[in-house]
Design a protein around this ligand. Structure first.
Ligand code: RB5
Length: 151
């Protein structure tokens, strides 16, 4: 699958190193990257950056989003509060492939303190190299959209 045209990325202070590696990896893959920060090591609040990235995805200005915090937990909770976002927290390449293939995930969340840089990038690549399978999964994703609309 060709890489998506534009990907928005963001982190908190605990995800800076992995985000920098993600930025380099995406550029090397020919992806246009919208890096939404933060741009210093000062402590910040992960919901603020989850909102910035998710707004790019929901607004159609990014095909996908990638969010990094210490565990990935806070980012995934925050991202899934935005209408239209299907964020998956992944620790393995398998989860990343399934997140795209079955859940049509549009945001990948990673925990730098959990997976580290090397595994984090392998998960990112698995996510980008996978595509939604549709079929029976489309029906389920439609039901997710119905749950989202009923909130
Ligand atoms: C920051 O210390 C840490 O709480 C945050 O990066 C994240 O892991 C929260 O879910």
């Amino acid at each position: 699958m060709p890489a998506p045209l534009r990907i928005a990325i963001g982190s908190d202070h605990a995800g800076l190193l992995l985000r920098a590696e993600i930025y380099r990896t995406l550029l090397a893959r020919g992806v246009e990257v919208n890096d939404l920060g933060p741009f210093s090591s000062e402590s910040v609040d992960y919901p603020d950056y989850a909102a910035k990235v998710c707004d790019e995805v929901v607004g159609g200005r990014a095909s996908l989003g990638v969010l990094v915090c210490g565990t990935g937990l806070g980012m995934s909770i925050a991202a899934n509060k935005r209408h239209g976002i299907r964020a998956v927290l992944c620790h393995t390449e398998f989860e990343a492939r399934m997140g795209r293939a079955h859940n049509d995930a549009n945001v990948l969340c990673l925990g730098e303190r959990v997976v580290g840089l090397g595994v984090g990038i392998s998960i990112l690549n698995a996510f980008l190299d996978s595509a939604f399978e549709g079929g029976r999964h489309q029906r389920r994703v439609d039901k997710l959209a119905a749950l989202d609309a009923a909130r």
